[in-house]
Design a protein around this ligand. Structure first.
Ligand code: GLN
Length: 379
């Protein structure tokens, strides 16, 4: 058949997940918790199902849930979103990304994004008949070179995709990054699509510098977030996006025909559960303990770890002890050492190999310890 994405294969998360299972490896690959969510949350879903909340939710999402989200964003980031016209509950953050790009990007448009990047951005842009324009983050600090962004902007630039905290590097935007982005987009009609699914996982007491913290950026931003990442339920597939009404109208036109609405009982459960802000307020410390445990244990390994300031991930460098490509290294680690990770080259469209692998610490303590022990045996 005439493929629309002839060069795209199966996503790396599925490929590595299968290989990992085949070899019974300790899985530090996918950014998905292997520990349970709060039983209260499950009780909330059960209650909602028993109360017969089992039919379609309203197209843009359950109003009490959208009210909670508006309140949270207002308190944390000081930007107010209108509950009826500026908040959309999506069937996963992935759906939010798709609906936003599909609704806002026209054929022939250019979309700037940063590599290494989450693997869905560029293919979604291409499916719209638009051109993804990759700018490489600097190595090894994975920062944006804003002069390169300035130089990449053309009259066709429709969107810039941001991801902070960043998957796969664990780096985060600073307030200086926000100022640069604001200066570059001022007096343009460029839309910012900001993937902030790890917004509550910023370490070392630092604040999250998201688009909603900057009024001028918020005006042109679509912000994507995820209940799965925040509440340890990535399989429930519920996320949300917020944007000024004019942008949101176009996103909803896609969402209504892609999903119509997101899962009803889950929305009821999240609305109840969001009454307690501890869920997100405690998340950074929770994941920081996991990051620190993995870091401490890997001090005995031959890998050199790059610092992680946020997200579920950290990168490990092996260039000083092996010439293997990162894909070869990852395969060897699964087959010979019984531990699964992701090669960083999977996050570059040109397959750039920096001899770095991504480790996910969204795992229980036993798994982190076992994974680290296996990585300590590597030669
Ligand atoms: N965001 C997660 C990761 O990067 C999982 C994404 C996925 O499997 N689609 O590991």
């Amino acid at each position: 058949t005439r493929s629309k994405l002839p060069d795209v294969g199966t996503t790396i998360f599925t490929v590595i997940g299968q290989l990992s299972a085949e070899h019974n490896a300790i899985n530090l690959s996918q950014g998905a918790p292997n520990f349970p969510c709060d039983p209260q949350l499950i009780a909330g879903v059960t209650r909602a199902m028993q109360a017969n909340h089992n039919q379609y939710a309203s197209m843009t999402g359950l109003r009490p849930l959208k009210e909670r989200i508006a309140q949270k964003i207002s308190e944390l980031y000081r930007t107010d979103y209108d509950v009826d016209s500026e908040i959309l509950i999506t069937a996963s953050a992935s759906e939010g990304l798709y609906s936003a790009i599909s609704g806002l990007v026209h054929p022939g448009d250019e979309v700037i994004y940063f590599e290494p990047s989450f693997d869905s951005y560029a293919p979604i842009v291409r499916l719209q008949g638009a051109t993804p324009v990759a700018i490489k983050l600097t190595v090894p600090d994975f920062a944006v070179n804003w002069d390169e962004v300035r130089a990449a902007i053309t009259p066709r630039t429709r969107m810039i995709i941001i991801n902070t905290p960043h998957n796969p590097s664990g780096q985060v935007f600073s307030s200086a990054d926000l100022e640069q982005l604001a200066a570059i987009t001022r007096h343009t009609d460029i839309v910012i699509l900001s993937d902030e699914v790890y917004e509550h996982v910023v370490f070392d007491g630092e604040p999250h510098h998201g688009m909603a913290t900057h009024p001028q950026l918020a005006e042109r931003s679509v912000i994507i977030s995820s209940f799965g990442k925040t509440y340890h339920v990535t399989g429930w597939r519920v996320g949300y996006c917020v944007a000024p009404a004019e942008l949101m109208d176009e996103i909803c036109k896609v969402h209504q025909f892609l999903m119509f609405s997101a899962d009803t009982p889950m929305q009821h459960a999240f609305a109840d559960y969001m009454g307690d802000p501890q869920g997100w307020l405690s998340l950074a410390a929770f994941y920081q303990r996991k990051r620190d445990l993995l870091q401490t244990m890997l001090a005995e390994s031959p890998f050199r770890l790059l610092p992680s300031a946020g997200s579920f991930f950290l990168l490990a460098d092996y260039s000083h002890f092996s010439d293997e490509s990162d894909s070869e290294m990852v395969k060897r680690l699964i087959i010979d050492c019984g531990v699964a990770t992701i090669p960083l080259s999977a996050f570059y469209t040109d397959g750039t190999d920096n001899k770095l692998i991504r480790l996910s610490f969204a795992k229980d303590e036993a798994t982190l310890r076992a994974g680290a022990q296996a990585l300590c045996r590597v030669k």
